[in-house]
Design a protein around this ligand. Structure first.
Ligand code: CP
Ligand code: NVA
Length: 299
């Protein structure tokens, strides 16, 4: 039995990408999860993760169960470990979007069914897999360089790990104090040394984006950080991915964003709604990538 708590839990990223492509192409017949149930716990809002898991699970023959944390006894203080032990007796897999990564680790340690991380403060592995499916679809391979501009948060952390595993170069351009997690960066650097890719964490977005093949950004105010909005809007201002910054990237560069986006903050309408943007394919690929993940863990 396996869990997907971190990108590092994917033993074979390429095999998962191939499976996701097969699902996208409609090449996997049959319902591999017939008769199974997936519990989906949400401590935070979601559009893409919720709907793609729910639709994906039913397309695989499983019954998805949406559970808002505030409606569960969890929201009234029932321990996460007891929630894990209870749900394990009913369902065949648990997907959770949690505030704290440590809660997901604890849930998994007490669960006898696979646990899938649907975003924590530390990582967003399902997003990273769909993103790499999109990169391969658009660029053909991982020989290019991905530049993440903005907050070195969960999405950035998972991208550092998955690009390193696939041998793709990645740069991060973030304000001082908003660097990706140091432990994750260290792990990614170790993986990159083996796979032959390079990682740089910079503070100048123009230096980073120069010649980039993929320019990726995320919101300046992630869920749970709303109290810091005023400070963040000031600090991140020079990191907006606009047409001027995109001009420094390769002429064939693609623009990516995990969504939801705030036009006028981390990017502009000209970029996200423009010809280089692949954000809707990226959102679609969440469905195919998650079907691959559920197939792998629960099939
Ligand atoms: N990208 C992503 O996870 O979107 P949601 O918050 O809508 O699930
Ligand atoms: N970094 C964002 C990603 C949302 C999918 C957040 O945590 O809110």
């Amino acid at each position: 039995m396996r869990h997907l708590l971190s990108v590092c839990d994917m033993d074979d990223v390429v095999a998962l990408l191939d499976l996701a492509d097969d699902y996208k192409a409609g090449e996997i017949p049959g319902k591999v999860l017939e008769g199974k149930t997936l519990a989906m716990i949400f401590e935070k809002s979601s559009t893409r993760t919720r709907v793609s898991f729910e639709v994906g699970a039913s397309q695989l023959g499983a019954q998805p169960l949406y559970l808002s944390a505030s409606d569960l006894q969890l929201g009234r203080g029932e321990p996460i470990a007891d929630t894990a032990r209870t749900l394990s007796r009913y369902v065949d897999g648990i997907m959770i979007r949690a505030i704290r990564h440590s809660d997901v680790v604890e849930l998994a340690s007490e669960s006898s069914v696979p646990v899938i991380n649907g975003l924590t403060d530390l990582e967003h592995p399902c997003q990273a897999l769909a993103d790499m499916q999109t990169v391969r679809e658009k660029l053909g391979d991982f020989s290019g360089r991905l530049v993440f501009v903005g907050d070195g948060n969960n999405v950035c952390n998972s991208l550092l790990l998955i690009t390193a595993m696939l041998g793709m170069d990645m740069d991060v351009a973030c304000p001082p104090g908003y660097e990706p997690d140091t432990e994750i960066t260290g792990m990614a650097e170790k993986i990159a040394r083996k796979s032959g890719s390079e990682i740089r964490v910079l503070h100048d977005p123009r230096e980073a984006v120069d010649g980039a093949d993929v320019v990726y950004t995320d919101v300046w105010v992630s869920m749970g950080y709303e109290e810091e909005t005023e400070e963040r809007l000031k600090v991140f201002r020079p990191y907006q991915v606009n047409s001027e910054l995109m001009k420094l990237a390769s002429p064939d560069a693609i623009f990516m964003h995990c969504l939801p986006a705030v036009r006028g903050q981390e990017t502009t309408s000209e970029v996200i709604d423009g010809p280089q943007s692949v954000v809707w394919d990226q959102a679609e690929n969440r469905l195919h990538a998650q079907k691959a993940i559920m197939h792998w863990l629960m099939g």
